[in-house]
Design a protein around this ligand. Sequence first.
Ligand SMILES: Cc1cc2nc3c(=O)[nH]c(=O)nc-3n(C[C@H](O)[C@H](O)[C@H](O)COP(=O)(O)O)c2cc1C
Length: 188
Amino acid sequence: MKKWLYVFFMGLIGFSSHIVKAEDNDMSEKKVLVAYFSATGTTAKVAERLALAVHGDLFEIKPKEAYTDADLDWRDKTSRSSVEMADKSSRPEISSQVDDMAQYNVVFIGFPIWWYREPSIIDTFMESYDFTGKSIIPFATSGGSGMGDSSEIMQSLAPDAKVYEGKRFASNVSEETLKDWADTFLMK
Ligand SMILES: Cc1cc2nc3c(=O)[nH]c(=O)nc-3n(C[C@H](O)[C@H](O)[C@H](O)COP(=O)(O)O)c2cc1C
């Protein structure tokens, strides 16, 4: 009788440890953050849709000093955005902070393409956290340009993360399209 009890409990332990392992390997257990900067609201809408699609938390990268229309005038070489983007070391301040970045495995980072790459405030964000071991997936909206060198630059600023080549989306991209795209990373 005692022997049977022993066999029963050993079986139970073996069974439960197997279940724990299966859960560890379950990709749906990944905790996802969708962080974004948006100067005029276009990227914000795509980010909101993406967060819904991946059941992720949503975080807005808010500049300490909001960008005015004059700041965003790309035809004016002296506008704030022109000056910042001409200086690779520019790091505009962020007024908001992610609560406990350590809890996330996957971080989607959204932004408008400025001068064929990520805005400088994204560089500030990349240097603000420890992304060691995390997967980072950039996404963007634009007037038509692709991602340019965004992911390479972001990788250089967070060398201990894995920064994937991201994707530029049209402003009206559907939640379904975003989900299909995001799933290719969440299944990795
Ligand atoms: C300073 C500045 C530079 C831009 N540079 C580009 C560019 O190089 N290529 C492009 O296709 N669109 C460019 N755009 C357009 C934005 O990428 C586009 O309007 C984007 O969807 C805006 O997103 P938001 O509303 O989230 O800020 C630029 C816009 C600004 C303000």
